[in-house]
Design a protein around this ligand. Sequence first.
Ligand code: GLP
Length: 250
Amino acid sequence: METALVNEYRRLSRDPATSQPLAYLRLRRAIRNVVEHRDIEPGQALPSERDLSRLLQLSRVTVRKAISGLVEEGLLNQRHGAGTFVAERIIKPMSRLTSFTEDLRARGLNPRSEFSERVIGEVTPEESMALNLSPGVLVARLHRVRYAKEEPLAIERSVVPASILPDPTIVQDSLYQVLEALGARPRRALQRLRAVSLGAQQARLLHVPAGSAGLNIERRSFLDDGRVVEFTTSWYRGDIYDFVAELQTD
Ligand code: GLP
């Protein structure tokens, strides 16, 4: 893992496309990349500040600055006297259009879904507005609870035009994988997040007390030709899911 981090840092220093003149930002990105690629697993310790500064030939101040930013972001946490560890919360970068399955696999977790609905029906007025479809058109509806192993993380309700997904029962785990195979992988999405307290039924499905904090997310995803491919409403557990956005000045 030490080697992976050193190699990634060197790669970023060489690569003109990702070149970041400030060493602490370069190191921050290198750490983020090795965590995302699972070269270092959640719960594992990072090399000490002293080792990192020696291996990368950076000052301790630079290393500390890189790490403190990631601690604030929630990607790393520090235990007094014990060191710096990769956080075990699930951190979802906001700027990338990825699927639940991809996000969990990137963290070494095993995603699965339990469906309560996979049917074709006529579009409702709300869905027709969201998907830009005329009344009477058919849609595929998927309703499921999403798990990491035995732990429920989110409830999701997805609606996809039946012209794109004529048979929703072919979705076993990943909707995006099926859409990709059908040549309809979303290319762009608009997403809205709202803080909510989970209702009794949602809380029961997510194994948390009623009224617990949750995140309600609506995603409308588009194909290259502008067609809306999905309208998904999700309720994520607030106690284990972090959404992180990277902001840049340029
Ligand atoms: C996330 C998004 C959903 C999307 C889903 C696809 O959870 N919030 O809008 O439908 O990913 O995930 P998968 O391909 O694992 O079914």
